[in-house]
Design a protein around this ligand. Structure first.
Ligand SMILES: Cc1ncc(COP(=O)(O)O)c(C=O)c1O
Length: 316
């Protein structure tokens, strides 16, 4: 774990006499060490990816926008017609407790709601399915390497796969039907880039494999309104931009606009705000993190660490 520039990990050692130190999961009502977390192979979330989930970040001992994450989770479950067995406040309490027991000051907190288990093994749509909630807190994860936050990342536009559109798997419900994103990630790897950016079937920008994408042209930010997850980090970036007087347009962004951008950046819970400085092997703008991206990135890392209504301190 490294600190660099605006990204500073807490100086804190976990007490390893607790078996939950460093990673804690909540499975079927029990807090267990993350490495020992197990679910049934008959859970519809595993068997049919019939679930929704969210991931929340903890930075410097504070959890970021937990209420909004759980709201999106519960709304997503409702769209899938999965009745969460727990109320939003109960889910929040579990996420907070998992984090506290893990002792982690910088954590990735995953919460999922699955259609769960039916009365008979293999049931997947029985009216008697009993939905389940699972959660865990593990050390903070990075979609792009930490250094890419500061120096910029490389990406390619996926050639062989498009992001599933809203008429297929609803991308506004955070899901694990990652076939398109995984295929694009493998393509990016083969083409020597860190991550892929996917277009939709209209050749417009959709999103990346676990992140939203925003482009900057002549001082204005643009980002898609459809065929992507309404990311909470993106919302934060948009709010930061608005406060700085940078105009933001939420609309279709064509592939031409993507390639002609002055700046491109990615936003995600697992990594904040990452400048993308190389696209398909060519420099984006100057080939270095641009001024609008870096201003938003730097303010983002302050926001997650300072006291505000967006951050709930963990009671360790
Ligand atoms: C497909 C996809 N798009 C966008 C995002 C970013 O969303 P958020 O900022 O809420 O983490 C994620 C997050 O994991 C994601 O999986």
């Amino acid at each position: 774990m490294t600190s660099r520039g605006v990204i500073r990990y807490s100086e804190h050692d976990v007490d390893t006499t607790s078996p939950l130190a460093g990673g804690c999961a909540w499975i079927d009502g029990e807090y267990v060490p993350a490495a020992q977390a197990r679910i049934s192979v008959f859970d519809a979330g595993f068997a049919h990816s019939d679930l929704t989930y969210t991931a929340v970040s903890v930075w410097h001992g504070g959890i970021f926008r937990l209420g909004e994450h759980v709201e999106r989770l519960v709304a997503g479950a409702r769209k899938l017609r999965i009745e969460s067995p727990l109320a939003a406040e109960e889910i929040e309490a579990i996420a907070l407790r998992c984090t506290a027991l893990s002792q982690l000051r910088e954590a990735f907190v995953w919460i999922g709601v699955t259609r769960g288990l039916g009365p008979t093994p293999g049931d997947r749509m029985s009216p008697a399915m009993a939905p389940r909630v699972y959660a865990y807190a593990i050390p903070y994860l990075w979609v792009f390497p930490l250094e890419a936050q500061l120096d910029g990342a490389s990406a390619v536009v996926a050639r062989h796969v498009r992001r599933s559109g809203r008429g297929t798997v609803d991308p506004t419900v955070k899901n694990l039907q990652w076939g398109d994103l995984t295929k694009a990630t493998l393509e990016a790897r083969e083409r020597g880039a860190m991550q892929p950016i996917l277009l939709d079937s209209d050749n417009c920008l959709a999103e990346g494999a676990g992140f939203n994408v925003l482009v900057v042209k002549n001082g204005t930010i643009a980002t898609p309104v459809r065929n992507c997850l309404p990311g909470i980090t993106r919302r934060t970036a948009i709010e930061i931009a608005a406060r700085r007087g940078v105009p933001v347009e939420e609309r279709d962004v064509s592939s031409e606009e993507l390639y002609a951008s002055d700046e491109i950046f990615a936003t995600t819970t697992a990594g904040g705000v990452t400048p993308i400085v190389e696209l398909d092997g060519a420099p984006v703008g100057t080939g270095r993190p641009g001024p609008i991206t870096t201003a938003i990135r730097d303010r983002f890392w302050q926001l997650v660490a300072e006291p505000s209504a967006l951050v709930r301190k963990i009671d360790y």
